[in-house]
Write a protein that binds this ligand. Structure first.
Ligand code: IMO
Ligand code: MG
Length: 428
């Protein structure tokens, strides 16, 4: 039974949640290890649709335990909303959600600062989700943070919040000419949130350690995507966490030897939400067609996603930095009606061929995609349940993607529902 990381291999929104939900039947524990409520993870199960921002996508399966790991930046208000929603829809959360006591807490200063910074940046804004992610991670690294365990002690919480308030309110006044936030009501409110969440807060590191000793199978659920990684993405147009597979270990407190498989989720085309360069972007009616058929609107912010053709240099980079063992190719059905499909096989940069997505954002902006055009299959794939059910041109398209990425295909998704999936080689 492999322990798997399921990771976004483009710019996020690859359909990770569907793959995690699907694989949860083979697992015991599902762990989020980075990011926060910037994620928008949509799961369609039993004719119901859920969008999770913080709760791991395995929660729809009874008897599986969902862990919010130490690497997550945790918004307690959002977590309570999601828990209440699950309970109201008859999904039991009792003893099934564990929150790391050493995860950092997103506070009102973080959300306000995220928005103020973006507003001030004007044209050079990142296009964040406004969920306070960057400021919370920066306070964590800067040692001004509040951790989940602090919500359980008035003395600790007061000391930590007073520290943050001094630092951030000064910034609000000087940098943004904005109103300070009074720490007193925040202390009260967050102590109350801590009370509501007390039953879920624990030492998740020792829980996972025991689980591994007892041969429990873990899925590490990535949020965002490789090209939004703070080190490997289009910096500064990135999120503020490491989104790559290696961080599954650090952000949940298990050793790297725990991980047996790394499944890179890729859409059969490419999307991006937020600002920053995107070489295969289609600002024409083909892009609009992808957006409309694919329902490409942000699950967290509702923003229309930018759409473009499949980009092999992006996925090659993801294969390298994540050590991908398998690809999960999603939303193949979105291409069902296209007469012709383009695949970006490499970039032209300053007269040279480039196979690998560059590190420097200035270079990414100058990259010209080199396309190969392949015929579409022009029929529905949604009812296909095996490789041999797929039309030959769809098989050729998938084979070409796998060849360009140099990673074998583990799963193909041809619809949002659980059973709209083709399993190729996933080693249960
Ligand atoms: P899931 O998990 C797509 C993008 C934002 C912005 C940048 C920084 O659903 O794939 P942030 O709020 O993180 O500081 O914003 O990252 N972004 C995402 N894009 N999918 C996501 O999550 C994203 N989470 C953040 O649009 O460009
Ligand atoms: Mg999403």
């Amino acid at each position: 039974m492999p322990n798997r990381v399921v990771i976004g291999s483009q710019w996020g929104d690859e359909g990770k949640a569907k793959i995690v939900d699907f694989l949860t039947k083979y697992a015991d524990i599902i762990v989020r290890f980075q990011g926060g409520a910037n994620a928008g993870h949509t799961v369609k199960a039993d004719d119901r649709e859920f969008i999770f921002h913080l709760i791991p996508s395995g929660i729809m399966h009874p008897n599986k335990v969902c862990v919010i790991g130490n690497g997550v930046v945790f918004d307690p208000k959002q977590a309570i909303l999601e828990i209440k929603d699950l309970v109201s829809k008859g999904i039991s959360v009792e003893n099934r959600i564990l929150i790391a006591e050493n995860a950092h807490v997103v506070l009102p200063w973080h959300i306000a600062c995220d928005k103020l910074k973006e507003a001030k940046a004007g044209k050079s804004a990142i296009g964040t989700t406004g969920r306070g992610i960057g400021p919370c991670y920066s306070d964590k690294v800067n040692r001004h943070g509040v951790r989940v365990g602090d919500l359980l002690s008035e003395q600790e919480l007061r000391a930590r919040i007073e520290d943050i308030a001094t630092f951030r309110n000064e910034e609000f006044k000087k940098m943004f000419d904005a109103e300070p936030i009074d720490p007193e009501p925040v202390i009260k409110e967050y102590l109350d949130l801590g009370k509501q969440l007390k039953a879920y807060i624990c030492d998740t590191v020792s829980y996972l350690f025991e689980g591994l000793k007892n041969k429990k199978q873990i899925i590490f659920e990535g949020a965002q995507g490789t090209i939004l990684d703070v080190d490997h993405g289009t910096y500064p147009f990135v999120t503020s966490s490491n989104t790559v597979a290696g961080y599954a270990s650090c952000g949940s407190g298990v050793g790297p030897t725990t991980i047996d498989q790394v499944i890179g989720v890729v859409k059969a085309y490419t999307t991006r939400v937020g600002n920053g360069p995107f070489p295969t972007e289609l600002s024409d009616e083909t892009g609009d067609k992808l957006r409309e058929i694919g329902g490409e609107y942000g699950a967290t912010t509702g923003r229309p996603r930018r759409c473009g053709w499949f980009d092999a240099p992006v996925v090659r980079k993801a294969a390298a930095v994540n050590g991908l063992t398998h690809l999960a190719i999603t939303k193949l059905d979105v291409l069902d009606t296209f007469k012709e499909i383009k695949i970006c096989t490499s970039y032209k940069l300053e007269g040279k061929d480039l196979l690998f997505f560059p590190n420097r954002v200035e270079q990414v902006s100058l990259c010209e995609p080199v396309y190969e055009t392949v015929p579409g299959w022009e029929c529905s794939t949604t009812n296909c349940r095996s490789w041999s059910d797929l039309p030959p041109n769809a098989q050729k398209y998938l084979t070409r993607i796998s060849e360009l990425a140099d990673v074998k295909i583990g799963i193909i998704s041809i619809g949002a529902k659980r059973d709209e999936s083709i399993i190729m080689d996933i080693g249960e």
